[in-house]
Design a protein around this ligand. Structure first.
Ligand code: BTN
Length: 235
């Protein structure tokens, strides 16, 4: 196994992604940093990431040939690991794991000198969220009333991530995208995508081989979206 070639485990760290950055020169590919809680967990766009005890907070150090599909394979691996434990979340491009319309996990990839720090957060057994997150965030426990054993889900997740990463290294992109299509909640849906300088509305058609979302606008024009925040449009 590449993923988990070395495990750095701590009770508490500010952020596993930040800690991983201090290790990139020394740690082997696949090294995993896992903590029980983060005191300064970070999400995309510099947002805070609520990371109390009860969740899976981890980062993986990777040396991929091309980083563009790393968030995609991480989403597949998280969904597979939970599906194998009887919980059925989906992927909302680019990196949200959602269950019953609420976010239960997220992925943060950072690239330093071609090395990828893949941060994964899964809100597993969290029993409450701060007021400001309650409307959008949830946990596996709150949505299903199931308490899954963290170590078991973590081990399954590492194994699934390993399988996907090996497929990526073997350039089995078609197979990976088939898996992604199986887990995404977006295909055929009307969405609004917020980008730094504009907004795009349309219907999601597919994902491209480099992880861009393919969206058809109402005027029929096909757009490729490489980054943004995606919202499902209310019907
Ligand atoms: C997002 O959806 O905004 C991404 C959230 C990523 C959270 C994880 S938890 C482990 C790793 N360490 C961090 O500080 N962030 C990521």
């Amino acid at each position: 196994m590449i993923i988990g070639s070395k495990l750095y485990y701590f009770d508490s760290l500010e952020s596993t992604n930040e800690y991983a950055k201090t290790l990139i020169k020394d740690a082997p590919e696949g090294a995993v940093i896992l903590v029980d809680e983060q005191t300064g967990g970070r999400g995309r766009f510099g947002r805070q990431w609520y990371s109390p005890k009860g969740g899976i907070w981890m980062s993986v150090i990777l040396h991929p040939p091309d980083p563009s599909l790393i968030a995609i394979i991480a989403g597949i691996a998280v969904c597979k690991a939970l599906h194998m434990n009887g919980v059925l979340p989906g992927i909302k491009w680019p990196n949200d794991i959602v269950l019953n319309g609420k976010k239960i996990g997220g992925i943060l990839t950072e690239i330093i000198d071609k090395i990828v720090i893949l941060g994964i957060g899964v809100n597993l057994n969290i029993r409450e969220f701060p007021d400001e997150l309650e409307a959008t965030a949830s946990s596996v426990f709150l949505e299903t009333k199931k308490h899954l054993e963290k170590k078991m889900v973590f081990d399954t997740l590492c194994k699934q991530l390993d399988d996907c990463y090996i497929m990526l290294k073997q350039n089995k992109v078609t197979d990976l995208l088939t898996e992604w299509r199986h887990y995404t909640i977006l295909l055929g849906q009307q969405v609004v995508i917020e980008m730094p300088d504009k907004e795009l509305s349309g219907k999601v058609l597919d994902i491209s081989r480099d992880g861009a979302l393919i969206v058809m606008r109402s005027d029929g024009k096909i757009m490729r979206v490489v980054a943004g925040v995606c919202h499902l449009r209310k019907k």
